[in-house]
Design a protein around this ligand. Structure first.
Ligand code: CP
Ligand code: NVA
Length: 303
């Protein structure tokens, strides 16, 4: 059987996503109860980072340790990939040493090529296009706090970036209604928007209050992503109204939760007050990166 990768949530069926979430819940309980769960004993994950990371790096590394395996941090600058060795060759070399690869990079295409040329599972740890590991953790957090997905509405406010794309893909798959409020010229991927409109209940607007109306979850992310540092000042002007704040919360459901993939810029995409009032949810979300990714690792690498 051909190996499986975790590149995009749109590659996964609703049933596959739900079964990853069930496994994540089980692994979370197992860890909390201190029971051993060394399902990947003797296995090694290579982690290629061409962008910075706190959560992704630490949660994958701790996840592999919990599962009885090892993780190798491979900085993009320090491996030959950074000096132009083709990704096709990197894939075939690493496949001879490792049992799985996690990669964080710029182009989605690079991750797809790595996966195509690897004999071992490849996990997308963020590209400019998608952040599927984050959204699996977000779904786990929504499940825990809301008890289910049916009839729930998630509103994303801000840049139509990798987070917006993966939230649309993941939420629509599991039956959550999605509203995105993004300024013109900064919309989520056009193909995903069209797919979401056909596959589920999706509204794309530039009006924050229209999108936030009746929401069960308000979600936001930075206005300038990694790689867009030079545009930060111009983006601050474009996105000034695209903030999760008291006004947005006032039109959402009274029990609305607030999520943020982190890192957060208080006073930009979220106010400090709203961030602190919802810190428990946001840090549960960060913790869930660990449990959700352990489910991905076990499902792809257990053999
Ligand atoms: N949310 C997230 O992916 O965080 P890091 O960039 O710290 O990995
Ligand atoms: N959109 C952000 C997400 C960080 C986790 C970025 O790509 O920098």
């Amino acid at each position: 059987m051909r190996k499986k990768d975790f590149l995009l949530l749109s590659d996964y069926s609703k049933e596959e996503i739900l079964s990853l979430l069930t496994l994540a819940e089980e692994l979370k309980r197992t860890k909390r109860e201190g029971r051993p769960h060394e399902f990947l004993k003797g296995k090694t994950l290579g982690m290629i980072f061409e962008k910075s990371s706190t959560r992704t790096r630490v949660s994958f590394e701790v996840g592999m340790v919990d599962l009885g395996g090892t993780a190798l941090f491979l900085s993009g600058n320090d491996i030959q990939l950074g000096r132009g060795e083709p990704v096709e060759d990197t894939a075939r070399v690493l496949s001879r040493y490792l049992d799985g690869i996690m990669i964080r990079t710029f182009e989605q295409e690079k991750v797809e090529t790595l996966a195509r040329f690897s004999a071992i599972p490849v996990i997308n740890g963020l590209t400019d296009f998608a952040h599927p590991c984050q959204v699996l953790a977000d779904l786990l957090t929504i499940l825990e706090h809301k008890g289910g997905f049916e009839g729930k509405t998630l509103c994303y406010i801000g840049d139509g970036n990798n987070m917006a794309n993966s939230l649309i893909a993941g939420c629509i798959k599991v039956g959550i209604k999605v509203r995105t409020a993004c300024p013109k010229g900064y919309l989520p991927d056009a193909g995903l928007r069209e797919w979401a409109q056909n596959a589920g209940d999706y509204l794309c607007t530039d009006d924050v209050l229209e999108a936030a109306q009746g929401a069960d979850v308000l979600y936001t992310d930075v206005w300038a992503s990694m790689g867009q540092e030079a545009e930060a000042a111009q983006r601050r002007a474009v996105f000034a109204q695209y903030q999760v704040n008291e006004k947005a919360l006032a039109v959402a459901r009274p029990d609305c939760m607030v999520l943020h993939c982190l890192p957060a810029h208080r006073g930009e995409e979220i106010t400090a007050e709203v961030f602190e009032a919802h810190a428990d949810e946001i840090f549960d979300e960060a913790e869930n990166r660990l449990h959700a990714q352990k489910a991905i690792l076990v499902s792809l690498m257990r053999g």
